[in-house]
Design a protein around this ligand. Sequence first.
Ligand SMILES: [Zn+2]
Ligand SMILES: [Zn+2]
Length: 409
Amino acid sequence: MTVRYRQICIIAVAIIITAVSRRYALYADEAEEYTVKLNVIRAFDYNLPVIADEDFYQILAEALRVINAGFLSGINLEFVDNGEVSIQDFFSSCDYRETEYYRSLAELRYDLQEPPDFSKSKYREALLEYLSLWDIELLRGFYPDKSIETYDDFYELLTETYTEKMEYLRDLAGAGGSPVITPGKDYHSRAGWTARMRSEKKYDIVITNALIAADIISRPNIRSILKDAKIGSEGFLSPELKPFSGMSLMVNIIEYYGGLEGISPKADIPRELKNRIIGVCSLAREFGHTFFRIPDVNDHPPGCLMNTGFHAVDDAEAYRKLSEALEPCAECHPWIEAKRRVIIGEYYDDLGEYDFAGTAYISALGRTPSNINGDYSDYRRHLLIRAREAYKKAGYSKGVDSCNRLLEK
Ligand SMILES: [Zn+2]
Ligand SMILES: [Zn+2]
């Protein structure tokens, strides 16, 4: 062996060792430094009051503070500001209306101009199917003064309230005297938002002041029907968005900023406090649901952000209670640890270390509790597709095959 040949071998081995150890070192340390970037856009209805830049930054800062304090995830998050557009532009920038999904939602959409006849079997069947997921005892709790023996009894009461509240929303006028909801407009409709966000390709978080009617009859969200039949902040399925693993988040500020009779708090709340309340009760809590996929819980310590009890009181009260009690919740850790694996996968995807990325996604799936916020099978599918893509790029065909087999199940 010539000296020159030996030198080349040593250099080659050294390069390989350095590369391998570097990869492992990156796994342990640098993944911790990785920052998850979330694209935020403001989409405003200019018929209603909007928030200023300063309010927007306060909302984000308070949310970030509480997310870090409540979950102690060690995950670096950054909200990326994508400015402001009109709600009309936000909706027309995407051709979601051409989808089968949009048409399917139209079937059971509450039409404000022509209210549904709830004695019709298509409404009764769809809504009773949803209600059957609830324990009748819990449903009774929504109407403590009424006698409810059967799901049909509850159906009668709920649809009566639903019709009343929707009529109220339809006739509601803003400060200038013009209606705050235009019937038929998707940006005033939960069905419209659900379809629009399903086609979203860029924005993870949309902050809006639009009043949105809870018009998906088959999924009514009983609590909001009883309150005002509008939806507040909500996570949507957005299969193409990665940071929330196939979801997006809409944060709605109308309750605190709209000055709307029957919807906005009567008390005069300083702007800064409003922003903090929105940051915590809308953004941070919904973030726990969509980013970490933690469901509403009732067996975690009182300081846990995800406690379902906070839904039972108004946001100002929930904010006050949380400010006193907030502490990192150990019970939330299984979801956080699972999500951390997803982020390690993203980190490797960015580095071009695709075999590691695939393995991290599979490991995330293995650690994900079956009780998640949202649909478990959608989430599972999302992670398997990402693992498959990564293995494909790595040229690891066994990995691709096993993902395909799991996707068929
Ligand atoms: Zn919740
Ligand atoms: Zn918890």
